[in-house]
Design a protein around this ligand. Structure first.
Ligand SMILES: Nc1ncnc2c1ncn2[C@@H]1O[C@H](COP(=O)(O)OP(=O)(O)OP(=O)(O)O)[C@@H](O)[C@H]1O
Ligand SMILES: [Mg+2]
Length: 220
């Protein structure tokens, strides 16, 4: 069954007098448990597409439907509720909060929309899975780039999302840690989560079920 349906989505931008499409007529369907990787040159529109799918950026044309709900039909509050409870989003840049500990950062989606249970247990497990359990009570300023990246990865998974979106999650990790993260994503997909990952690493493609390429805003 299709969980995510991206239909003919475009994003048009203007730079000076010139208009261009960052994403042009992109379509993609993703079922529960499916693991899809997207590759493409820098500037080809990958992050723009992921931001549209995550409901962070409205498309100029086309529609994104998640579990039979079209994202453009939702208001801000409904969208952010959906994002926090159903979607795990690991952005390309660093996005941890400096005044929270690593563990608090991972639990953050849970604090925004409380659920039953204790997020600290799951957060602790995820930190162990990405190899930084020992840093749980440290602050972001004390961490390396790759360690910070792994905090974002754990945070993206803490709410057991139905859709996981990750934008170059292993960009600043070494091979061993990068394989560990891709293995974790594989396990998450096997548990029924739809996983969509942008990557630059051809070594990571062996973990996915399907590989799409983005070129000049077009998805093939
Ligand atoms: N807000 C914006 N206004 C105008 N142009 C933008 C805006 N955001 C992105 N772009 C342009 O859209 C194109 C696609 O950007 P995007 O960030 O999606 O690329 P990307 O494939 O993720 O690249 P990278 O691999 O470097 O992360 C680029 O040419 C970029 O300069
Ligand atoms: Mg990008």
């Amino acid at each position: 069954m299709t969980l995510l349906d991206v239909k003919s989505v475009s994003k048009r931008y203007q730079r000076g007098a010139a208009h261009f499409f960052a994403v042009e007529n992109a379509s993609l369907a993703l079922g529960a448990g499916e693991f899809v990787c997207v590759t493409g040159h820098s500037g080809s529109g990958k992050s723009t597409l992921l931001n549209i799918i995550a409901g962070l950026l409205p498309p100029s044309a086309g529609a994104v439907t998640f579990d039979a709900t079209e994202l453009t039909s939702l208001g801000d509050a409904e969208l952010s509720y959906l994002r926090n409870t159903q979607i795990g989003y690991i952005p390309q840049g660093h996005s941890v909060l400096a005044n929270l500990t690593v563990l608090e950062n991972v639990c953050l989606p849970f604090y925004l929309y409380p659920r039953v249970g204790n997020p600290a247990d799951r957060a602790g497990e995820l930190l162990a899975e990405v190899g930084i359990a020992h840093l749980a009570h440290s602050y972001p300023a004390e961490l390396s780039g790759g360690e910070l990246r792994r905090v974002s990865i754990a945070r993206g998974l803490v709410n057991a999302p139905r859709l996981l979106i990750a934008d170059e999650p292993t960009g600043d990790l070494d091979r061993r840690n990068s394989d560990g993260v891709m293995e974790l994503f594989s396990a998450v997909a096997k548990s029924g989560t739809a996983v969509l990952v942008v990557t630059h690493e051809t070594e990571s493609l062996r973990y996915c079920d399907r590989h799409l390429q983005m070129e000049n805003g077009k998805l093939t």
